[in-house]
Design a protein around this ligand. Sequence first.
Ligand SMILES: NC(=O)c1ccc[n+]([C@@H]2O[C@H](COP(=O)([O-])OP(=O)(O)OC[C@H]3O[C@@H](n4cnc5c(N)ncnc54)[C@H](OP(=O)(O)O)[C@@H]3O)[C@@H](O)[C@H]2O)c1
Length: 267
Amino acid sequence: MQSMVMTETIWQRLLALRQGASSLASSSAAEDLYGPIAGARGAFVLAQVGQSLDGRIATPAGDARDVSGPDGLSHLHRCRALVDAVIVGVGTVRADDPKLSVRMVEGPAPVRVVVDCHAVLEGDESLFHDGGAPVIVLRSANAKGRPLPKAEVIRLQLKACGLDPKDMLDALAERHLHRVLVEGGARTIARFIDAGLVDRLHVAISPIIIGSGPSGITLPPIERLAGAHRPVTDVYSLGSDILFDCRLERRRASERQSEQVRMAHQA
Ligand SMILES: NC(=O)c1ccc[n+]([C@@H]2O[C@H](COP(=O)([O-])OP(=O)(O)OC[C@H]3O[C@@H](n4cnc5c(N)ncnc54)[C@H](OP(=O)(O)O)[C@@H]3O)[C@@H](O)[C@H]2O)c1
């Protein structure tokens, strides 16, 4: 396990890399961890989960605000500052009313994207009124719902499995948003992993035991461990939290199509 120590110099180098500078001159644990995000060119998807020792991301009532310790939270804000867009599901917006800002670090704020398939957002949620980064809402083509203030609504085709994460990424890429952080909640992250579209998965574990509540990642059941994901993983001490930086493998389009058929049969 490496200790991740962030300094002002390293952070400025990472921000320069994010802006297009050539690769990092020196290597430290911080650059090993954040360099692949800042240096990604073209499509790149990072999913991040902040969870307890017992694998929970919130209480059963949906309280998730202090699951991560202070260093886990700084890590999350660094990740946001290094991507073009951050995606959350409507369940997270309703439970947390998040700002999805980068207030704990210096750096650009990503475009905020909410998956609101059935158009249940009211328009009075904080992110529509806080003057922060632009907001995009992804809805199915025929969902009704209220008009939303100061947000771009993108209509996507509703498929048997809901909205296809690939369609979401394509719509964002058309707007030059290529580096994407999928921040939660559990169901939104699961759909991206299940679709084989996640490059890196960050699991930040904080020394807290919640005992019940939703778990970080819930995928369709498998029978044997041979079918489990076993990503190549680096482990970092962030200070208050331990981070597992997992390299997931993207699946090819043909594999994704057969996956969609399977998901459609399960739905
Ligand atoms: N600790 C952490 O790192 C962390 C981070 C984020 C959130 N959280 C917690 O996680 C909880 C919320 O998680 P959650 O799993 O219940 O909700 P969620 O993932 O935030 O949102 C799920 C909802 O988003 C919509 N959605 C997402 N992907 C979709 C797709 N591909 N197609 C169609 N619809 C899609 C669906 O809405 P419809 O039902 O309208 O179809 C679905 O019900 C909250 O308690 C929050 O506090 C924890």
